[in-house]
Design a protein around this ligand. Sequence first.
Ligand code: KIV
Ligand code: NA
Length: 277
Amino acid sequence: KVKKTTLGFKKQKQQNERCVMVTAYDAPGAEAAEAAGVDLILVGDSLGMTVLGYDTTTDVTTADMIHHTRAVKRGARDTFIVTDMPFLTAQGSQDRTLDAALSLIQQGGADAVKIEGAGSVFQKIRMLTEGGIPVCAHLGLTPQTVGVDGGYRVRGRTQEERETLLKEALEAEKAGAFMLVLECVTEETAEEAARLLQIPVIGIGAGRFTDGQVLVYHDIIGQFSGKQAKFVKQYADARSLIEQALLSYTEEVRSGVFPDTSHTFEPLEHPGGLYGG
Ligand code: KIV
Ligand code: NA
């Protein structure tokens, strides 16, 4: 298998081939994603909720992202890896952004970084791209800013929001982003963005007509607690499978069913005399 490139993703769009992205946070998850033949893996800062037990993404650090990107890399050496820039690392000084992105690339082994937001973020996208770090933009619902912008709701429903989103999408492309993730956006708005942009527009909760889709690994396999978003399709019930397995193990240890002789080591020769009789 040959690892795809940013140019390859653009070509895929030109040829009307849908792009498949999935998150992963560890080696076995990455291995499964690579085996399924996804186009690229996102080490999302959803890591905070899916794996680290936080309520939001804002507690996730650059060190966390490096640690998990390295694990993903070991599980999927031939798949393009995008790693999220954690909360506030694309804000403030250019040096701060550069340091975070550089460490995700050099220490983590990511092929690209993803940055949420608009405004001053576009300058950061330009800086990183010009320096040689591919950047995936992320607009629409941006989980890192739900504290200030009205939480988890669909974007692009009003004419004003729609126009703003499309303007930002074009700006992200102009700044040099190689890909754009649109989260929780009306189908019509996302379709228009995909039509306007040369770069692939990857949707999550953005309807049927983007250039590709991304979903969170644990949502796909059904390993989460709490409420599932409308845009998620759950393809398996890993949580109950895992809980059932652990319950059976617990019961069998307590009742003495496990281990049995098939799990037990015997000596090659049975000792005679004193103990063997
Ligand atoms: O962190 C994440 O998983 C993401 C995707 C939902 C796009 O940013
Ligand atoms: Na994210």
